[in-house]
Design a protein. Structure first.
Length: 181
């Protein structure tokens, strides 16, 4: 069973306790080995000075090239992310691919009075969501499913931490994914 590697690629300091909580959450969600991985390398060409954000396609390319190899690699950053057609994204993954990235930059919005605990909860949800894409899952229309779309932190907060039954079944299919419902 291929492992999932979690790699802090942010510019600020990493919170080891948050990363360990995330590791345990992903272990429970995907029932496969989840490893905290570390390297001093960081994506160098992903920053767009006009937008003052990082382009996710370049971050994903970096993760695949510089990552541990084998399995899936999930980059966690504190930098704001974008794709050209959207103002921002919480994260992105290659559908059925080897890399995913999630940012805490926007997940920290409107987090008071809960602070770091709420950001960690949101991070766990978005990490499952993006890794779900890496494992071949598409967006889900089932209310509360972690694979539903999120365009705001309110949408993230409204999700559960888990895949709905249909997404869980698709995850276990040999084809590794399903169709949009």
């Amino acid at each position: 069973m291929e492992p999932v590697f979690i790699w802090w690629i942010g510019e600020g300091g990493v919170d080891p306790d948050s990363m360990e909580r995330l590791r345990r959450h992903l272990l429970a969600s995907f029932e496969r080995p989840v490893v905290l991985w570390s390297s001093p390398e960081r994506p160098r060409d992903a920053y767009d000075p006009r937008r003052k954000q990082h382009l996710t396609s370049r971050v994903l390319k970096f993760l695949l090239e510089a990552g541990p190899g084998g399995g899936k690699v999930l980059g966690i950053t504190d930098r704001d992310l974008f794709i050209p057609i959207l103002t921002f994204v919480f994260g992105e993954a290659q559908l059925g691919g080897g890399a995913a990235v999630v940012s805490t930059a926007r997940l920290a919005q409107d987090s008071e009075p809960f602070g770091a605990a709420l950001v960690t909860e949101r991070l766990a949800k978005e990490a499952v969501h993006e890794l779900g894409h890496a494992f071949g899952l598409v967006h889900c229309g089932t209310p509360g499913c972690v694979m539903s779309r999120s365009s705001s932190v309110r949408d993230v907060d409204a999700k559960s931490h888990a895949l709905c039954d249909a997404c869980q079944e698709r995850l276990l299919e040999p084809s590794g994914g399903g169709v949009i419902r």
